[in-house]
Ligand binder design. Structure first.
Ligand SMILES: NC(=O)c1ccc[n+]([C@@H]2O[C@H](COP(=O)([O-])OP(=O)(O)OC[C@H]3O[C@@H](n4cnc5c(N)ncnc54)[C@H](O)[C@@H]3O)[C@@H](O)[C@H]2O)c1
Length: 364
C-alpha cells in the first residue's frame, strides 16, 4: 500500500513534522456540534446509559480514532526501494495431499504489479499451484529478475520435476490504455491465452485532504482505479472472445472499508472502496459469461517497504499493531492461499466477494 518515490522520504511520524503543529485540544468523541444545549440530566434514556461524561477519558479521548495531519509518511525514491525476496519454504515442497480443485494447473495467470511486494508473493503462490505466469509491471528489469527467481525457487521446491512453469515479464503502465493493450497483446503472443488476472499494481501516499495536490490524486486514482479497470475489462474481453471461463482477483485494501488512522490518505481509501465495488459490479455484469470477479482486501502487511518504514518508526508500528485484533501485521505469504482459492475452482460459486485478510482489523 505504500508508494515509492514520492515527495516525502522515510517516515517522520508523530510530531517530527516540518509542518506547524496543529493546535491540540480536547474534543468529545463526536465532533458534531449540538444544535442547542439543554439540561438532559432528567432524561430517562440518558440516565439509563453507561456513557462516560465528556472529557472523562482525559487526554487520550478520541486520540487514536482520528487522522492526524501531523503524521507525515515519506517514501524512498525508486532507486532506494528495497527489493522483495521471493519467500522460502512457504509456497511449495509439494506432495502434501490437498483438494484437486485448488490447483491452477494448465492455467495462465497475469499479475499486475508482480515485480515485488504482495504481487510477487501472490505470483509465487500461483506458480506453486501449477499456473504459468505473466508478470506485468512498470519496472521491467525488476519484473524480469523476479520472474527468474520464481522459476529458480519453484525448481528448488520441486526437485526432479522437469516440467517447469513458464514465467514471463512484461512492461505496462497500468494507468495508460495503450500501454495496457500492448501488454495484453504481448502476454497473449507469449502464452496463447489468459485464464486469470490479479491486479496488484497500486500505491498509497499520505497528504491531508486539503493539501493533496490534484495532479497526485489523479495519478493515484489512475494507477489504482483505472489500472484495475483497464486490465479487468481487457482480460474479460479476451475471455468472452474465447468463450472461456475465468476468474479475476482485484487487490483492494481494508482502507476501502475503514479509515486508517493516524495517517491521512482519503484518495487512497476512496480508490480502494472503488475497487471493491468494481469487483461486485463486474461480477454481476460478467456472471453470464462464467467470469468470476472477487476482491481481496489486505490489512497492514509487512513487505520489504513497510518493514523498512516501520523499523525506522517504531512508534507508528506500535500504533498500527495496537489496532489489530490478532496483535500482529500480516506477511505477504498470508495472501498466497487467499488468491489461489479465489482464482481456482475451489471458489467456483463465489463471485463479487470481498475477502478481508486483515487480522480482524475491520471488525473493531
Ligand atoms: N502492503 C500493504 O500493507 C498493503 C495493504 C493493503 C493493500 N495493499 C495493496 O496491495 C497492492 C500491492 O502493494 P505492495 O505493498 O505490494 O506495493 P509495492 O510498492 O511493494 O508493489 C507495487 C508494484 O506495483 C508496481 N506499479 C506501481 N505503479 C505501477 C503502474 N503505474 N503500472 C504498473 N505497475 C506499477 C510497482 O512497480 C511494484 O512492483 C497495492 O494495490 C496496495 O494498495 C497493500
Amino acid at each position: 500500500m505504500f508508494r515509492p518515490a514520492i515527495l516525502r522520504q522515510a517516515v517522520k511520524a508523530l510530531g517530527q513534522s516540518t509542518r506547524p503543529a496543529a493546535p491540540r485540544f480536547l474534543r468529545p468523541l463526536s465532533a458534531t456540534a449540538p444544535r442547542f444545549q439543554k439540561d438532559d440530566s432528567d432524561d430517562p434514556l440518558i440516565k439509563a446509559t453507561t456513557r462516560a461524561p465528556e472529557g472523562a477519558a482525559g487526554e487520550s479521548e478520541g486520540k487514536y480514532a482520528r487522522t492526524d495531519e501531523n503524521v507525515v509518511i515519506e517514501y524512498p525514491d525508486d532507486e532506494n526501494m528495497p527489493p522483495s525476496p521471493v519467500v522460502q519454504g512457504r509456497g511449495g515442497m509439494h506432495f502434501k495431499r490437498t483438494l484437486a480443485q485448488f490447483s491452477l494447473e494448465n492455467r495462465v495467470t497475469l499479475v499486475t504489479g508482480g515485480a515485488r511486494g504482495l504481487g510477487l508473493v501472490m505470483a509465487q503462490g500461483i506458480v506453486a499451484s501449477g499456473s504459468n505466469l505473466a508478470i506485468v509491471d512498470l519496472n521491467r528489469d525488476e519484473a524480469g529478475e523476479s520472474a527468474q527467481k520464481l522459476v529458480d525457487q519453484f525448481q528448488k521446491e520441486n526437485p526432479g520435476l522437469e516440467d517447469l512453469p513458464k514465467v514471463t515479464a512484461h512492461y505496462a503502465d497500468v494507468s495508460n490504455p495503450d500501454s495496457v493493450n500492448n501488454a495484453l497483446s504481448e502476454v497473449l503472443a507469449n502464452h496463447g491465452r489468459i485464464d486469470h488476472l490479479v491486479t496488484s499494481a497500486g500505491f498509497t501516499e499520505n497528504f491531508d485532504a486539503i493539501s493533496y495536490p490534484h495532479d497526485r490524486i489523479q495519478k493515484l486514482w489512475g494507477v489504482n482505479v483505472d489500472g484495475t479497470y483497464l486490465f479487468a475489462t481487457g482480460v474479460a474481453k479476451h475471455l468472452m472472445e474465447r468463450k472461456a471461463p475465468g476468474s479475476i482477483v482485484m487487490i483492494g485494501s481494508m482502507s476501502g472499508a475503514i479509515v486508517n488512522v493516524p495517517q491521512p490518505q482519503a484518495p487512497y481509501n476512496a480508490a480502494k472502496a472503488a475497487i471493491r465495488h468494481l469487483a461486485s459490479s463486474f461480477a454481476v455484469e460478467w456472471a453470464v459469461h462464467d467470469i468470476r470477479v472477487n476482491c481481496i482486501s489486505p490489512g497492514y502487511m509487512l513487505t520489504a517497504l513497510t518493514r523498512k518504514i516501520l523499523d525506522e518508526n517504531p512508534e507508528l508500528r506500535d500504533k498500527w499493531i495496537s489496532l489489530i485484533p490478532t496483535g500482529k501485521m500480516g506477511v505477504p505469504e498470508d495472501l498466497m492461499g487467499a488468491v489461489t482459492f479465489l482464482l481456482s475452482d475451489a471458489s467456483k460459486y463465489i463471485t463479487g466477494a470481498d475477502l478481508r485478510v486483515d487480522g480482524g482489523y475491520t471488525l473493531t
